[in-house]
Design a binder for this molecule. Structure first.
Ligand SMILES: *Cc1c(COP(=O)(O)O)cnc(C)c1O
Length: 223
């Protein structure tokens, strides 16, 4: 049996140094997170605001909390005081809501725009065209309390590696295109969040900078 600490070490050994590991701790208890923390892990990803906030309140304050779930605008205020990065922004309206809550906290919140790259209907996100159309209006430039730091995507749930590779490749191309068109002189537009337990090596070979790995660290989730 591998421990959580062993799993983290094995995964970190595979990551190039410019790629960071988001340990996806959703549905796992504080002890499991603390085991990862003792092994040196500081970045954790959660998909429910209430669960993440309870964990934030009871765990060490040097943890970077990343919200990776589907965001509801009425929940943003609970994480606005502390969240480090929101991965799943999929509408301009959400961006304005995050901006409003961040302003109240006197913070700037980092956000990633989620792009729908999978074939499944159920996964959230902008299409490439919707995303570019949103950026083209330049209205987002007026939002002083958010920073768009890059893109996020989830590949199709399939064993077809060629399909997954194609989707990650597409997202990387889009990242570069968007960087060039709107964030040329911006150091902070630099994150490409893609790759999970089953597909992170493919994501890394396509330019991922943040891999979101859950079950490969913590085991299966009990819902
Ligand atoms: C749950 C989740 C993950 C982690 O999935 P694993 O397959 O357990 O690694 C990554 N990204 C998102 C958006 C998730 O919801």
């Amino acid at each position: 049996m591998y421990s959580i600490a062993d799993n983290i070490k094995l995964i970190l050994a595979e990551l190039p140094k410019e790629v960071r590991l988001v340990a996806v701790s959703k549905y796992h208890p504080n002890d499991a997170i603390m085991e990862a923390y003792q092994a040196g892990q500081r970045i954790f990803g959660e998909s429910k605001v209430q669960e993440m906030t309870a964990k934030y309140n009871s765990l060490p304050k040097d943890i970077e909390w990343h919200f990776i779930g589907h965001l509801q605008s009425n929940k943003i205020k609970y994480m606005a005081p502390y969240v480090h990065l929101i991965h799943g922004i999929d509408s301009y309206k959400l961006l304005t809501e995050v901006n409003k809550c961040a302003a109240k906290e006197n913070r700037t919140i980092k956000c990633l725009l989620q792009i729908h790259i999978a074939q499944e209907e159920s996964k959230f996100g902008f299409s490439a065209e919707e995303c570019k159309a949103m950026l083209s209006t330049n209205e987002w430039q007026t939002l002083q309390h958010i920073q768009i730091c890059g893109l996020m995507g989830m590949a199709t749930f399939t064993n077809d590696n060629e399909q997954i590779n194609h989707e990650f490749y597409f997202l990387h191309q889009l990242f570069q295109e968007i960087k060039k068109a709107w964030f040329q002189n911006n150091d902070y537009f630099c994150e490409l969040s893609m790759g999970m337990s089953d597909d992170y090596p493919l994501a890394i070979s396509n330019g991922s900078t943040l891999v979101r790995v859950g079950s490969k660290i913590f085991g299966n989730r009990i819902y």
